[in-house]
Every structure is written in structure tokens, then in C-alpha cells.
Design a protein around this ligand. Structure first.
Ligand code: NAD
Length: 357
């Protein structure tokens, strides 16, 4: 298959972890005979230094002309004092908007050899944690109008609006059901339908969309219960679909129970534009340039790219299996190191994954 990928390394550990992901892309293209055309673009602090803006138009054009975008991380102390409008993070928000990315997909999986890293009791982790949180990313209370802070009859007040259209709910439902179909076909929609009208409508549309997926099992859960169930019994979940606010909170909770920020990939998808794939962690300025970072979250983001953009399951599985093998062999970067394991650098970890593909 011919593929065009735009790579945005960004700042801090971004270039180091991206270099390992590029080794993996090369290995996959050789092994599975794909033709992968790679372009690089500027984003974040490095873009501010070279072009005065965190997301130059040239980068947007390159991304839009690609099938998928792979991002490292942006930001760092060097740009902490630049003016608010051109902060590195603005580049990230802008590229998500430019690409119309409305679905954020965050898997939270505990790899067998890293079970001890979880903050949960081992008896809970032993049941297996392998779930995906699908969060609506461009609607809901973060964007709803009216919003504001004002004074009425001598008293100050503030308000936001949680609003969803049928179209917005239906399109995120479709993404979630399609993903459930290639997993264990279990989907849990999280809302607050006992209190909120917008959640009752959310539930109605999700149930209607479920009619198109009779092979999938749909359940509903209130968000307060979901927050508890994620720590009490996470193995009950396969795919969780939820709104922007609830997803923001639950995806971070799901991430933290796995215990290792350097292991977690993510994808953001739009209707037809290229998807954006990136690790969930930041630019880790404290270890940048030292060849110490864990590149596995970025490498696993490449696996998501093969699965969700190119529908190439074998390639995605090959990467995920190689990561698992390297961990079983006892190799660890500093962030996931425990005694008895072999400490390796960022670039050694990249090489090890490639040699296990
Ligand atoms: P961070 O995720 O960069 O780092 C938090 C801690 O985790 C640090 O101790 C770091 O060393 C460690 N860590 C993170 N990723 C790691 C990896 N792959 N391997 C080993 N250790 C890793 O979060 P932070 O320190 O709050 O933010 C640093 C900068 O990153 C800030 O400028 C922030 O704005 C930015 N940031 C960017 C993104 C993004 O690009 N998506 C996300 C979060 C934060």
C-alpha cells in the first residue's frame, strides 16, 4: 500500500521518540512491502523559533495532504513566557481544529510484564486491563454557548452550556461502535442521564445508532459510577464512549491506573481528514536530549495509525506484539525500570522493538 505520513517531532523528547517511531515505520514498510512516504513539519516551540508562530501554514498544508499525522510532543520552559496567543500548545489545539478531529481514542492497557506498575491491587490487575476510552472532542460544555461571567442584580455569576446535536452524538457513536467491532464488541456509554437532559438525549441517539450494530452489546453507566468502576473492576470494560467533559476526566483516570505515562498512545480522528496519532505524555523537558525517554507510547501510536487509518491489523499487531516481547525480555527505559530488569536508552528501545518485529 502507498501511504503518506506527515511527522511533527515538536519539542523536548519529541525528536528522540519520533526517531524511534520512524525506525519502526521503516521496518514495517520492509517487512510488509509498503511504500511509506514521510514528510516532516514544524509545530510547537521549534516552530515559534523558526517562524514566529506555533503552527505555520506550511505545516497545516503538509498535514492535510497526508493520510495520517504522527506527533511527538510540544512545549517546554524555553517558551513559558511567550505571549498567550503563540504558546506552543496553541499549535496543538489549532492542528486538531484544522483537521476537524472530533473523536479522541485513548487505549488504557496494562502489559503483562508491567503489571506491578499499576496503582491498583494486583488481584484487580490480574483480571486484565485492556480498554479504550472514546471521547467526543469538539462539542459539549467546553464549546457550548452561551458561556460567560457576568453580574446580574448586583451578584456575580458564571455559566457554561452543555449542548450536543444529534449529528455530533451519532458520529462519535459510529466511531465507537466501529472500534468495538474490531475488539470485543462490548460498548459502555457513559452519561448523567438521571440529571441532565443533554445526557438523556445522548442516550437516545446512542441507542438508536446501536440498531445498526446488532452484533455489539451496549450498556449505559452514570459517570459517577463509571469513575468508581474504573478502579474497582476495570476488566469489565472494553470500549467506553462518552462526551467531552466526562471523557476528559475518565481518560486520565484510565491512564493513571496503568501506571506508566510513557506507555500510552492516542489517536484523534475526524470524518475524512487525516487522523492524528501521538503519545499522551508531554515533552518531558527534564530528560530531553539525554536519550532516556520511553519511546513506546509513540511506537504504539504508530500501531494505532496502521489499525485506524489504514485498516492494517497485521501490521498493528506486529508492533504491539514486539513491544510486549521486549518487555517480557526484561528491557526497560528508566521510567518503567524495576530491579532485575535491563536498563536501556531510548534509541536502544527503538532498536529492540524493530528486531522483534
Ligand atoms: P510530561 O508528560 O512532559 O512529563 C511528566 C513527567 O513524566 C516528567 O517527569 C517526565 O520526565 C515523565 N515522562 C513523560 N513522558 C515520558 C517518556 N516518554 N519517558 C519517560 N518519562 C516521561 O508533562 P509536564 O512535565 O507537565 O509538561 C512538560 C511540557 O510538556 C510542558 O511544556 C507542557 O505544556 C507540555 N505538554 C505537552 C503535551 C503534548 O504535546 N501533547 C502534553 C502534556 C504536556
Amino acid at each position: 500500500m502507498d501511504m503518506k505520513i506527515c511527522i511533527l517531532p515538536g519539542d523536548g523528547i519529541g525528536p528522540e521518540i519520533i526517531a524511534q517511531a520512524e525506525k519502526v515505520l521503516k521496518k514495517i514498510s520492509e517487512k510488509f512491502s509498503h511504500n511509506i512516504d514521510i514528510e516532516h513539519g514544524l509545530i510547537g516551540g521549534v516552530a515559534i523559533d523558526k517562524t514566529s508562530v506555533p503552527l505555520p501554514d506550511e505545516t497545516i498544508e503538509k498535514c492535510k495532504a497526508s493520510d495520517a499525522v504522527l506527533l511527538g510532543a510540544v512545549g517546554g520552559p524555553k517558551w513559558d513566557n511567550v505571549s498567550h496567543e503563540i504558546r506552543p500548545e496553541k499549535g496543538l489545539l489549532k492542528i486538531r481544529k484544522e483537521l476537524g478531529l472530533f473523536a479522541n481514542i485513548r487505549p488504557a492497557k496494562v502489559f503483562g510484564p508491567l503489571k506491578e506498575a499499576s496503582c491498583l491491587k494486583q488481584e484487580i490487575v490480574d483480571r486484565g486491563i485492556d480498554l479504550v476510552v472514546i471521547r467526543e472532542l469538539t462539542g459539549g460544555i467546553y464549546f457550548g454557548e452561551p458561556r460567560g461571567i457576568e453580574e446580574k442584580q448586583g451578584e456575580k455569576l458564571a455559566y457554561n452550556t452543555m449542548v450536543y446535536t444529534e449529528k455530533e452524538i451519532r458520529r462519535i457513536a459510529k466511531v465507537a461502535f466501529d472500534i468495538a467491532r474490531v475488539r470485543n464488541k462490548k460498548i459502555c456509554s457513559v452519561d448523567k442521564a438521571n440529571v441532565l437532559e443533554v445526557s438523556r438525549f445522548w442516550r437516545e441517539v446512542i441507542e438508536d445508532e446501536a440498531k445498526n450494530y446488532p452484533d455489539c452489546e451496549l450498556t449505559h453507566m452514570y459517570v459517577d459510577n463509571a469513575a468508581m468502576q474504573l478502579v474497582l473492576n476495570p476488566s469489565q470494560f472494553d470500549v467506553i464512549v462518552t462526551s467531552n467533559l466526562f471523557g476528559d476526566i475518565l481518560s486520565d483516570e484510565a491512564a493513571v491506573i496503568t501506571g506508566s505515562i510513557g506507555m500510552l498512545p492516542s489517536a484523534s480522528l475526524g470524518e475524512k481528514n487525516p487522523g492524528l496519532f501521538e503519545p499522551i505524555h508531554g515533552s518531558a523537558p527534564d530528560i530531553a536530549g539525554k536519550d532516556k525517554a520511553n519511546p513506546l507510547a509513540t511506537i504504539l501510536s504508530v500501531a494505532m495509525m496502521f489499525r485506524y487509518t489504514f485498516s492494517l491489523e497485521k501490521e498493528a499487531d506486529a508492533i504491539e506484539n514486539a513491544v510486549n516481547l521486549v518487555l517480557e525480555q526484561g528491557y526497560r527505559t528508566g521510567d518503567i525500570f524495576t530491579s532485575g530488569c535491563t536498563l536501556v536508552s531510548c534509541s536502544e528501545m527503538g532498536d529492540l522493538v524493530c528486531s522483534n518485529i
